[in-house]
Design a protein around this ligand. Structure first.
Ligand code: ATP
Ligand code: MG
Length: 384
């Protein structure tokens, strides 16, 4: 008998010919997540499990597995020889404090001599014999005992299933450059794209000295939280000070935010192409603020030449976003009160429905090419 943690994968089981590619990535990501813990990861007939760990490390292993996209659920289990006598012995040894139970046998190995229904009944009898106050409840039991008899002479017995993140293994879904601010939304946007298998890098614009070092540290902190789910990546910190000062000095103040965002997107696209990212990801959300109207998104989209822009939060309510932010452990950091560069030189009346001709006219007052080049040259790369 051996304590193990069983791992079930999610959506990748729908894959056909390329299943192997998805499975391989998932295995890599699981192994990466378990780094530094003394344990053994094994794959056996489309079942994964972790074994040979110290009891004290069990919780840590479960917490780590709960950060891996592509895992549907996990169960603490015991592994026994798939022999009737061994399974009976284990089930007979159970001492249950609950009031009701159910026992279900899954016989993947059809050579096992008793069929599932018969064996469930037999094992149920053994539980009843040794636990006097317990009753069978097939619909809503306090404890649900599962016996999974595999083809290779091994059976897993487990009770609980812990639901994990689901999604696809990171590394199977293209790549994206995340515009990461210090707010609630953008870390969640990165998390959701990674959930669909997309590895990310991040870009952050800061306006030192208008924004503080602490504001930057906060973004680094958020990036580290994302790393738990997406793996190692690079955070590119770009100085936006000169750009904001120039817009403030030369352009109609009402267009401040719109033009800032158009320049952010231009820089993001160039950086994305330089570092081989295939898309841009933002935390924008329809109607949340002035810069997040359809008209605003139209004029910001217009400057991006040929990369798709993903806005996974576009239709979410703030409450839904906050729930995910808490779940990923970012919320407490996101609400720390440091300023974002978007709040510097904020106009009293920003345009809500900007016209593209007006944006182009305002931008003609700037040496755009030079400003973008200087910003890209300011790139400070932080390994997360
Ligand atoms: P967030 O909570 O992500 O800050 P927000 O609701 O504050 O979003 P905006 O400030 O309008 O909304 O920003 C919209 C999106 O633009 C952000 O989700 C993020 O992707 C990007 N963004 C905003 N500020 C920055 C910044 N300083 N650096 C990088 N990206 C930014
Ligand atoms: Mg913001």
């Amino acid at each position: 008998m051996n304590n193990v943690i069983l791992i079930r994968y999610g959506e990748i089981f729908l894959k056909g010919k390329n299943f192997g590619f998805f499975e391989k990535k998932l295995i890599e990501n699981i192994e990466y997540s378990l780094q530094g813990i003394d344990c053994k990861f094994q794959r056996m007939n489309k079942r994964f499990f972790v074994s040979d760990y110290k009891v004290n490390d069990e919780r840590k292993i479960i917490e780590r597995l709960k950060t891996v996209f592509g895992i549907h659920s996990i169960s603490r289990a015991v592994m026994v020889e798939a022999e009737e006598s061994k399974i009976n012995e284990y089930i007979s040894s159970l001492s249950l404090r609950e009031n009701t139970f159910r026992i279900s046998v899954n016989r993947a190995d059809k050579r096992f001599p008793i069929n599932s229904i018969e064996y469930s009944k037999k094992l149920g009898g053994l539980v009843l014999k040794n636990n006097h106050n317990i009753k069978v409840d097939l619909h809503n039991p306090d404890v649900d005992i599962n016996v999974d008899i595999r083809e290779n002479g091994i059976a897993f017995i487990y009770y609980d299933s812990i639901l994990c993140l689901g999604g696809m293994p990171v590394g199977t879904g293209g790549s994206g450059l995340l515009l990461l601010s210090g707010g609630i939304d953008s870390p969640v946007a990165g998390f959701l794209m990674a959930k669909r298998g997309m590895p990310i890098h991040a870009i952050h614009f800061h306006s030192y000295p208008y924004t503080s070092e602490m504001a930057k540290d906060k973004v680094v902190e958020l990036a580290k939280i994302l790393k738990k789910y997406v793996g190692e990546f690079k955070l590119h910190v770009i100085s936006f000070t000169e750009i904001q000062e120039n817009i403030h000095k030369h352009c109609n103040n009402e267009f401040m935010i719109t033009i800032m965002r158009r320049i952010m997107y231009r820089i993001a696209e160039r950086l994305a192409k330089n570092i081989g990212c295939q898309s841009i990801i933002t935390g924008e959300n329809l109607g949340q603020v002035a810069s997040q109207t359809v008209e605003s998104m139209t004029v910001t989209n217009a400057v991006v030449e040929d990369l798709p822009i993903f806005r996974p939060l576009i239709a979410f309510d703030k409450e839904e976003i906050t729930t995910i932010s808490r779940k990923m452990g970012a919320f407490e950091t996101s609400i720390l009160p440091y300023e974002d560069c978007c709040t510097v030189f904020l106009p009293k009346h920003p345009v809500i429905k900007p016209k593209i001709e007006k944006c182009i006219f305002e931008e003609s007052k700037l040496d755009l090419e030079k400003l973008i080049e200087n910003a890209l040259n300011s790139d400070e790369i932080i390994n997360i």
